[in-house]
Design a protein around this ligand. Structure first.
Ligand SMILES: [Zn+2]
Length: 244
């Protein structure tokens, strides 16, 4: 089965430390611990409360499906694509596709390229709620590498929700393919530090025109893919591939 590696390193940390909404969050965190320490939940309560839903607009979902198909059409190869899932509060409203280097077995994104998404994040006034990637024409699931990436994104982003009076941190991960299959994982971190990653159902929020992209939107997304996807034909030391 194909697999890939997304090298995110500390790049999201850098990205987030600069976003205006996150500055507010960091200010708040400096004044009090990142987690609400007052209400301690039992392990059983944590397990029951851990998130099992991903909220996403139909437009963002259509963009993910389009991204999966369009990259293959453009390059005539079964390439995978990586994007950040962004939105306000807890609903994914859009995806942002950084410059990335792809081979058939790996995707590599460097910090500089993630940082180049900053102006768009600021313009949209959104937070990075998680990430998404396509599995080309393969089935959707979370590989070992995907699970590792999810942990990295959770560690390096700062999305909080209140569950049963307790503040928890969360992040979304979605895998899509050209058949419009979706696999979602949501990770929830409680004040105990314990992380629960659950397979998630999708709560799809309506968008204008049922989220169907206009020709203009498709053309714009296609252009971003053309500009941002760079193909690595042969193996290189810059790349780390992992097969499972
Ligand atoms: Zn994957």
């Amino acid at each position: 089965m194909k697999n890939k590696e997304v090298a995110v390193g500390d790049s999201l940390e850098s990205l987030f430390s600069l976003t205006p909404s996150n500055c507010k969050e960091i200010d708040a965190m400096n004044k009090k611990p990142p987690f609400d320490q007052i209400i301690a939940l039992t392990e059983e309560q944590e397990e029951r409360l851990a998130l099992r839903q991903i909220h996403i607009s139909s437009r963002a979902l259509h963009k993910m499906f389009f991204m999966a198909k369009e990259v293959i059409r453009l390059f005539n190869e079964p390439l995978e694509v990586y994007a950040l899932a962004v939105g306000n509060s807890e609903v994914i409203e859009d995806i942002l596709i950084p410059r990335q280097m792809c081979s058939h077995t790996s995707i590599h994104i460097n910090a500089k390229d993630l940082l180049s998404l900053m102006p768009e994040i600021q313009k949209q006034d959104v937070n990075v709620l998680g990430w998404t990637h396509s599995h080309a024409n393969f089935s959707v699931f979370f590989s070992g590498t995907d699970t590792q990436n999810q942990k990295t994104i959770l560690a390096e982003t700062s999305n909080f929700r209140t569950l049963n009076g307790s503040r928890v941190k969360f992040c979304y991960g979605l895998t899509v393919n050209i058949h419009q299959d979706v696999f979602g994982m949501v990770s929830t971190q409680f004040s105990s530090g314990k992380i629960y990653s659950n397979q998630a159902t999708l709560e799809i929020h309506s968008s204008p025109n049922d989220g169907v992209l206009s020709d203009f939107e498709e053309a714009a997304l296609s252009q971003i893919l053309r500009d941002h996807i760079h193909i690595l034909k042969s193996s290189s030391q810059d790349f780390k591939s992992e097969h499972c």
